[in-house]
Design a protein. Sequence first.
Length: 101
Amino acid sequence: MKIKTNDTVEVITGKDKGTRGSVEKVFPVEKRIVIGGVNIVKRHQKATSNRAGGIIEKPAPINVSNAMLVCPHCDLKTKVGHGDKDGKSVRMCKKCGKEIT
């Protein structure tokens, strides 16, 4: 996948369209990502000896095709290209051409 953990992404479709956030978790086999503060769902949690029960809110995964990477250099949502630097494949911004770390 072209999006990795701790990347800044922008949601391009759905109820959270236009929202930016950081990728917290990546599920490459399912092609889904969890973005902090996006796609918040409520879950009922049973009380245990360590924590209280009740209704908790947590972010749920969304499909990776519903989010685009935000370039840290030009601050625009962009497609990800691949380039070669010192014999290693690196991710590149398609708009400004700089390396995405």
